[in-house]
Design a protein around this ligand. Structure first.
Ligand code: GLY
Ligand code: MN
Ligand code: MN
Length: 429
């Protein structure tokens, strides 16, 4: 593995949290992702599903986790099924987990080869009454491609039509929303790698360079620090491009006097960091850029104070909207008249700040987590307000990754310069 294994306590704790929610005589099944083909005999690099990862740490294709706390036989209470490793596979693909390694990784004693799955599953299904199946219930999930999990769900319901069925997803949203200490440590490492990338790029950027050259600098720094690369498709947009929210082309040249918006984060051990900064091409902000930048930074600082146990994301987003409204009125970008007359479902501030302020972050950049839950310690959120003024070719967003605690936030990405003075000093030193 490129990354250092997380302690198995992470997975033991997450399974304990999951199991607490199960009805009696229930089992739950979690599948790996597929390796996705791209044409001919090519495929994308393997990317494991966050749920089986959170519960077992198994970062390998064709793996199945079964949890059945009330199983008649002790050996059926937690089971992993893995693709059998052999010398041929070891030569062509590198070694896969053997049974001992899988136990050391996950804390699961009972590891079987995949070819035993149907027989053992049939045995446990004979005394299970209820089956928790997994599906992607993320609010913005793209479900066009049938996953390995979805194929399993069809197979299972077809073969065992008389069992009762329940949903893993709402439970996993609760489990994954609250990170264990080992997970937060991995997220800190991802953030630290992002810090290195940003500092490298701050020194590298200059008039005439191309956005993709900056992307390459990030990638260089990420890979040499044991990351597999970007946690999500990076956005590097100078001038007007910063106002295109999903600008991922990164193929324009940097111009003197413009700001560049970077929404770039490293992954590490499958955990994401998600960071946005806006730096001046020539190392100095203009007065107007400073004015708008400072407004965004004030909104960010005020919003962060609202990421506290007991608040919830719905109220939080409304409060941030009010904070942003005041700044946009002060900048004379919107008027009080427009604020009063706006459709309540699309408040006036949305003209310049049209996306959400925070999302859960973890194994997925937009991580699993309930939008209706109260905030709790060890939830990790981004905070990412922005103001986009296309008519001025100026787009500013600032984003950090923040752990909620009883005693305030831990900012995982705080080492990436964000104050105007420190940025100018660093870029010109
Ligand atoms: N980079 C994606 C986001 O900020 O949510
Ligand atoms: Mn984000
Ligand atoms: Mn981002």
């Amino acid at each position: 593995m490129r990354y250092k294994q997380l302690p198995k306590e992470v997975y033991i704790e997450n399974r304990a949290k999951f199991t607490k929610h199960l009805k009696p005589k229930s089992l739950a099944v979690f599948n790996s992702n597929d390796i996705y083909p791209t044409g001919s005999d090519s495929s994308l690099p393997f990317r494991q599903h966050g749920d089986i990862l959170a519960l077992s740490g198994v970062d390998q294709e064709e793996s199945i986790l079964v949890i059945f706390p009330d199983a008649y036989k002790e050996e059926h209470r937690e089971m992993l099924f893995l693709k059998e490793t052999n010398d041929h596979i070891a030569v062509w693909e590198g070694a896969k987990l053997d049974k001992k390694q899988a136990f050391e990784l996950s804390g699961i004693k009972n590891v079987f080869w995949l070819q035993d799955f149907e027989r053992i599953f049939n045995e446990v299904m004979s005394h299970a009454e209820n089956v928790y199946l997994n599906s992607n219930e993320h609010l913005r999930a793209n479900l066009d491609t049938e996953t390995r999990e979805a194929r399993f769900v069809k197979w299972c319901q077809n073969k065992y039509p008389a069992h009762e069925y329940s949903r893993c997803a709402p439970i996993m949203h609760q489990v994954r929303a609250i990170k264990t200490p080992g997970e937060i440590a991995a997220m800190q490492t991802a953030a630290d790698i992002s810090v290195k990338g940003y500092k490298r790029v701050m020194k590298f950027m200059a008039h005439g360079k191309w956005e993709y050259e900056l992307e390459a600098e990030f990638m260089h720094e990420f890979l040499r620090n044991r990351s597999r690369g970007f946690a999500y498709t990076p956005i590097i947009g100078g001038g007007y491009n910063a106002c295109v929210l999903h600008y991922i082309e990164n193929n324009d040249q940097l111009r003197d006097g413009e700001l560049v918006l970077f929404d770039v984060g490293a992954e590490y051990a499958n955990y994401s960091s998600d960071v946005t900064r806006c730096y001046p091409v020539n190392g100095r902000y203009t007065d107007r850029q400073k004015e708008v930048y400072s407004a965004v930074l004030r909104v960010k600082k005020a919003s962060e104070k609202l990421l506290v146990p007991g608040n919830n994301l719905n109220d939080y987003h409304k409060e941030v909207g009010e904070i942003m409204t005041k700044e946009l009125v002060d900048l004379k970008l919107i008027s009080m008249e427009e604020v009063k007359n706006a459709d309540p479902s699309w408040p006036a501030y949305k003209k310049y700040f049209m996306h959400g302020t925070s999302h859960y972050i973890g194994l997925d950049t937009h991580d699993a987590g309930l939008w209706t839950a109260d905030m709790e310690p060890n939830m990790v959120f981004t905070c990412e307000p922005g103001i986009y003024i296309p008519e001025e070719k100026l787009g500013i967003r600032l984003e950090d990754d923040l752990v909620v605690t009883e005693n305030g936030l831990i900012n995982l990405t705080k080492e990436i310069p964000i104050e105007i003075e420190e940025i100018e000093d660093f870029m010109n030193s």
